[in-house]
Design a protein around this ligand. Structure first.
Ligand code: UN1
Length: 498
């Protein structure tokens, strides 16, 4: 590190500045006077160097046996465990969610590391009978090459590891660009990789903004891109990558519904709604942003949610007792605040919150009051658009079929939840809700590392992160035929007499 507040890129095992010498700042969103650091604003030349380092390292890394690559990931997991608290502290300082949440973020990375370690001994192919005698058929997995990883700031350690760990376990090398809103967190992760003994060039870090990501996407030697962020950026990226024949995995927005039926445990539902809607200040792609509630329990549930939400303590997440942190930046604050006017104009009622939170040590941060809209109908913008803030829109319904219909009536399809005691409704929800994830009697957030994660419609493009499914993205299948007959055997011809 150059000094306490100036940080560098990591390319080919060396910590280096951007070639232009340009930098950008990262600040604490709860206390903007607190400077986290200066980071390199990387351009095409830096991306070029990082991709070249990754390409060179690929030639040796791909030949390291996968179980050995897994052992390195075990060390990564161990080191993350040792540094869990200090990394979480720095993450909270940089992106605002409370310390208990950033510890969970690091834990998710630890789980992903250990899961990847086990996958080192499970990168299965298939063996299948040949249609001919004396011939053997099988598939093997091969790595793809250099993978570009472009991530968001809200899970600044966990989400990069969802990509990085399966990528390198599979024998790929990576160029990682963290969000410009969480560069320090991304850097701390890469430092763990270095200290755990990941060989030079296998993981390369380039800090920067949109143009940096663009340079990665456009680079001819990058074989695959994995992106977490907005649906708009993802769509543009997919177009570019399609023209270049690159493999792309996209994890994008959500407008996740929680359905609460009249037979539900309302306390359980209330707790799930508080956590799902206001946890992480609503800044998760899985956040609960629509409550679709049966009319018989609407008033009682709304009342309970409001009462509980009023108890939430806003503040700097490294202070004890803080439940909810700030939004990430001024732009996010303006966007969320703008939706208050949208709600009013569309005829919704602001039953809770509705404004920036100030006073009590909140004035130097991007705080917004937990907010709840009632009298929302499915056609309103606040029922359809991703707000990415502590805002819950409540839509009243009169049947379960209507609830599912409303749930599906948005362009997104990431997560969903249903609160009911009726097992038939639970299974109907699993079958009928258009989403990549459905929780029964739990909030829309809380994915586990060994389960596949991703969404349908405008949320994704068919790939999954997490679970074993992510290994399908980071490997190519090769089909192998081994003929030991000693003669020419023509498939489809020599094995038929007619
Ligand atoms: C995201 O918001 O991009 O399931 C990821 C969850 C978290 C991951 C969220 N484990 O809410």
């Amino acid at each position: 590190m150059a000094d306490d507040t100036t940080f560098q890129n990591y390319i080919g095992g060396q910590w280096v500045d951007a070639q232009s010498g340009e930098t950008f700042e990262s600040r604490n969103p709860a206390r903007t006077s607190d400077l986290v650091g200066h980071f390199p604003l990387s351009g095409g030349a830096d991306v070029e160097a990082a991709v070249a380092a990754a390409k060179a390292a690929f030639e040796t890394w791909r030949l390291v046996p996968a179980p050995k690559r897994g052992e390195i990931l075990k060390r990564v997991g161990d080191l993350l465990t040792e540094r869990k608290n200090e990394i979480a502290f720095e993450m909270t300082r940089e992106m605002g969610k409370p310390h208990f949440e950033t510890k969970g973020d690091v834990q998710e990375a630890i789980d992903t590391a250990y899961y990847a370690m086990t996958m080192g001994r499970q990168l299965f192919g298939h063996t299948v009978p040949s249609e001919m005698n004396n011939k053997f058929n099988m598939t093997v997995r091969r790595p793809i090459g250099v993978c570009g990883l472009i991530t968001a700031w809200n899970f600044p350690v966990a989400v990069p590891t969802w990509k990085m760990f399966p990528a390198i376990l599979s024998g790929n090398t990576v160029v990682f660009k963290p969000s410009e809103d969480a560069p320090h967190s991304g850097m701390l992760l890469v430092k763990v990789m270095e200290d755990a003994g990941v060989p030079p060039g296998v993981v390369n870090l380039v800090q920067g903004a949109g143009a940096t990501g663009q340079a990665i996407v456009e680079h001819d030697d990058v074989a695959a891109i994995s992106f977490t962020g907005s649906s708009e950026t993802g769509a543009a990226l997919a177009q570019q990558a399609a023209a270049d024949h690159k493999r792309v995995s996209l994890e994008m927005g959500g407008k996740n519904p929680a359905i609460v039926m009249e037979d539900a445990d309302l306390d359980l539902a209330m707790e799930g709604l508080i956590w799902g809607a206001y946890g992480t200040t609503g800044q998760r792609c899985t956040a609960t942003s629509r409550l679709i509630v049966h009319e018989d329990v609407h008033d009682e549930l709304v009342e309970r949610v409001i009462a509980k939400a009023k108890e939430l303590r806003l503040g700097y997440g490294n202070d004890a007792g803080v439940d909810v942190g700030p939004l990430i930046n001024q732009k996010a604050l303006d966007k969320v605040a703008g939706y208050m006017d949208v709600a009013r104009e569309d005829g919704a009622s602001i039953a809770l919150g509705g404004a920036a939170a100030t006073g009590d040590g909140l004035d130097d941060g991007f705080f917004f009051q937990p907010t709840l809209f009632t009298n929302v109908t499915r056609d309103m913008r606040v029922a359809r658009e991703e707000i990415f803030g502590p805002v819950l829109s409540v839509i009243k319904v009169s049947s379960f079929d209507e609830a599912i219909d409303v749930a599906n009536d948005v362009k997104y399809g990431l997560s969903s939840a249903v609160y009911t005691r009726d097992i038939a409704r639970a299974f109907q929800a699993l079958r009928d809700i258009d989403a990549g994830i459905t929780y029964i009697n739990g909030p829309t957030i809380g994915a586990e590392a060994h389960m596949s994660f991703g969404g349908v419609k405008a949320t994704g493009n068919g790939h999954r992160e997490g679970g074993w499914e992510v290994y399908d993205f980071y490997t190519e299948t090769k089909t192998c035929y081994i003929d030991f007959s000693g003669g020419l055997q023509r498939a489809q011809i020599d094995n038929y007499d007619d």
